[in-house]
Design a binder for this molecule. Structure first.
Ligand SMILES: [Zn+2]
Length: 442
């Protein structure tokens, strides 16, 4: 009997092994030939006329002026357009959408009302809306419930759903309470801070929290540096950096005070999130150390912001640009504006970059090349070069001269698949930045 069981067990294991080693079914290596009227290189700030881009499977195979188009290739005629690499939003939260109704834009209530499951589904929709606006990469920095961001990344990477490449942080790590102000009953009896934040106050807890996120699929570590009156010390912040580096990870720091920002810069954080406390002195230090500035510069519009806050934001951007701080385009656009998609809310942040007087050529580089670099993907994805992932967008006009043309993305290719063509995303009519049919539908 024992022998029989052993035999059966061995057979099962052998079968499983054989299955694991069986060749994975490959999608046919279809070839798409794109005729680009103007091919933009945001790194060099140049455009080349009448190029053909051959895409095979998920990658760019060849680029040239007079390439023969292989028989059987699908031809996409963008000869009247500029073709350029996809855009990057370096700070968003796709599995969070707070609203005026019912939560008065207080995301503490969003977290109570919306399950991780519904937020993960919402994240898929938000991802598609971002992709439709030309964002092929999104750095997603927490506030995503119990790892809805990992679920989104995995679903996109597995090809279940279309969406941008996601660089996600898992759960934000912070001093006790995170960015919440819970009652003792809610925090202690109901553990309401987690999973929106991981409390990490001691060095042991910091190490555990970093590992916790890596274990559950984070690709970058996000720290709330100074969200509470008990900010992290320089020593704490250095521990975050070394523990993350041990696994090959970078650390992004949410800052809201001068002292917090100063310590995060001193500790060698990879990126500083938000720009409120950044002044001339801190900008100079960031430039010197090559620390990314994800400033999340909210424009003043009829749906958000104030003139006073916007003036400060723009002054900060001018100062950072003048000091040669490495900047990225980042929005923190995690709210619902009726009548706008998540992508439209994000691209409207161009208002801030224009107000800061940063030339179109530079803004385009910031929205592409710098974005790939802050995400650490620039060797595999982003630039339109042979061997790279086939991600690209097309707009009318020339974005090197008129940055607003990025508002008119008419074509999007992601991983070699056409997601949007002639300005039409097939499922677009279904997608919204929030519950157009009412949040009460449960
Ligand atoms: Zn944020």
């Amino acid at each position: 009997m024992k022998r029989l069981i052993l035999f059966l067990l061995c057979t099962v294991i052998l079968n499983l092994t054989a299955r694991a080693q069986a060749p994975v079914a490959q999608a046919p290596q279809t070839i798409t030939a794109i005729r680009a009227g103007r091919l933009i290189d945001p790194e060099a700030g140049t455009a080349t006329a009448n190029q053909v881009i051959l895409v095979q499977g998920t990658r760019i195979r060849q680029i040239g002026a007079n390439l023969p188009i292989p028989p059987g290739a699908t031809v996409v005629d963008l000869s009247g357009f500029s073709v350029l690499p996809g855009l990057v939003d370096a700070h968003n939260h796709l599995a969070l959408t707070y609203k005026t109704d019912p939560e008065n834009n207080i995301y503490y209530l969003t977290y109570v009302l919306d399950s991780t499951a519904i937020r993960a589904i919402q994240a898929v929709s938000n991802g598609m809306q971002m992709l439709s606006s030309g964002f092929t990469v999104v750095r997603d920095l927490g506030n995503n419930g119990n790892y809805a961001d990992t679920a989104l990344r995995v679903a996109i990477e597995q090809g279940w759903v279309p969406g941008p490449t996601i660089i996600n942080s898992g759960i934000i790590i912070g001093g006790m309470g995170g960015q919440f102000t819970p009652t003792p009953e809610m925090a202690k009896d109901h553990n309401i801070v987690y999973p929106e934040y991981i409390d990490a106050d001691t060095h042991d807890e910091i190490v555990k929290a970093v590992r916790h996120n890596i274990l559950f699929g984070a690709k970058v570590i996000k720290v709330c540096v100074d969200c509470k009156p008990y900010p992290y010390t320089l020593e704490d912040l250095k521990l975050f950096v070394s523990e993350a580096a041990n696994a090959g990870f970078k650390v992004a720091g949410h800052v809201q005070t001068y002292e917090g920002a100063r310590r995060a810069i001193e500790a060698g954080f990879w990126s500083i999130e938000h720009s409120g406390p950044l002044n001339d002195e801190l900008h100079k230090k960031m430039a010197q150390k090559g620390i990314w500035r994800a400033g999340t510069e909210t424009p003043f519009t009829n749906y958000r912001g104030s003139q006073q806050a916007f003036d400060r934001t723009v002054e900060g951007m001018k100062n950072a640009y003048g000091n040669h701080v490495p900047m990225v385009f980042s929005t923190d656009a995690d709210y619902y504006i009726p009548g706008m998609t998540r992508g439209e809310v994000a691209i409207n942040f161009l208002l801030s970059w224009k107000a800061a007087g940063i030339p179109a050529k530079e803004v385009l580089k910031i929205m592409t090349i710098n974005g790939y670099k802050v995400c650490g993907i620039e060797k595999e994805r982003g630039p339109i070069k042979e061997g790279m992932a086939a991600d690209m967008i097309a707009v009318p006009g020339n974005p090197l001269e008129d940055i607003d043309t990025l508002r008119k993305v008419s074509f999007v290719m992601k991983d070699g698949l056409v997601f949007k063509k002639d300005g039409v995303m097939t499922p677009e009519a279904f997608l919204h930045g929030g519950p157009v049919n009412g949040w009460r539908i449960r």
